[in-house]
Design a protein around this ligand. Sequence first.
Ligand code: GLN
Length: 488
Amino acid sequence: MKLFEQPSHVLHDMLVNNEITSLELTEAILSRIDEVEGDVKAYLTLTRDEAIAQAKAVDEKIARGEKISFLEGIPGAIKDNICTKGVKTTCASKILQNFVPPYSATVVNKLNAENAVILGKTNLDEFAMGGSTENSAYFPTRNPWNTECVPGGSSGGSAAAVAAGTAVWAIGSDTGGSIRQPASFCGVVGMKPTYGRVSRYGLVAYASSLDQIGPITKDVTDCAHILNIIAGHDDMDSTCVNEAVPDYTKALVEDVKGLKLAIPKEYFVDGMDPDVEKAIRDSIKKLEELGAEVVEISLPNTAHAISTYYLIAPAEAATNLERYDGVSYGERADGVDIVDMMTNTRSQYFGEEVKRRIMIGNYALSAGYYDAYYLKALKVRRLVKEDYDKAFEKVDVIVCPTAPSPAYKIGEKIDNPLEMYLQDVCTVPLNLAGLPGISVPCGFSSKGMPIGMQLIGKPLDEATLIRTAYTYEQSQDFHKSRAALGGK
Ligand code: GLN
């Protein structure tokens, strides 16, 4: 295998054993970027010089005989809605096209403290609103497994980079599936931790009660290590939970004996792709053979999760995006007075999908409609959560598809927002309930596109998800397959 195909844990061992230097590794990934980035278009900003300087500093440290930490000297990428001090953070929006944050997100500070090499900022749907990366104001990212297909979204750039070998690891954000669904579409591992497990400080807010940052990696081992680095309490985020972080690598054991897994019947929706259904059912059988106990359950309020999410998320987004007024942040258009200036700024610099959600959100929050829409959505959110609470009294992990279909063609759904929203049926309920979820590669469609299995856990029980995902992963070879990008 080539260097760009290796996960972080293999590269870490190679660095420790002096088989490679961080500079060689970083240059190998940068040449991979030169080779395939034109086809994939995962990055909005590349920080080549900084990456080379970071790599050289790590090599000097190794030469001095100092010990290195897990991600030290290993190149990865950050979604462009996570603030990086001194490096442009656009949220893939024209309104922030020149925004350079004066501070870094807590997650970025933690990665810097680790001396991870940061290659740049990855593409997304504008302000993380979307599921295909086609809503980026700059360009759509392409799926490395078939560049005519979407990589999923909104963290499509992060997932595509990891799948293409143009980043060893990446960080994404997930409000309604934006880590797990692109991971599933690109054949990589993606985890949305429990709400509050990872600090959101410095993540540009989309829907604050749903947003969470998490890792996108080539395998479950890397996922556990990176969660160790980024999880934990932060005084800068009042919703961050103040609970000790277990060592998630201790959960990297091949053992699901006695674990109770549940299949929620509502997640096998009408119209689900038959290849997806087969891959998931086969994988569940595999987990059963490995010693897990499998039961069927019902989560009856699943049917209402999409409509609930598409009221709550736009309502919070409408409020969060008020700050882009041409005064405090980002671009400013001309206007005869302040109201005219603000109107022109927001009309010119926000994209269609962002405007649609601001309209829906403000409508749902307006006097007279608030009770009928927003307040009702909050009540249904509670019911969705109670379904899970009840299920988790009897089972340890819920198993289902990550998305109802594999990656589809660019342009296929973009003109039909409703069809696009319905794609989120398996991922949004977890965000409403604040639960952790992981997507792990579990097969391929008849057209050779990756399929992901989603595992849902109890609050703060990421360890059991890692253990289940790892046991499954080690029983087959899907995580070792690589996209044959450009036939290479
Ligand atoms: N696809 C969902 C949406 O469009 C989820 C996005 C996300 O998780 N950021 O809102």
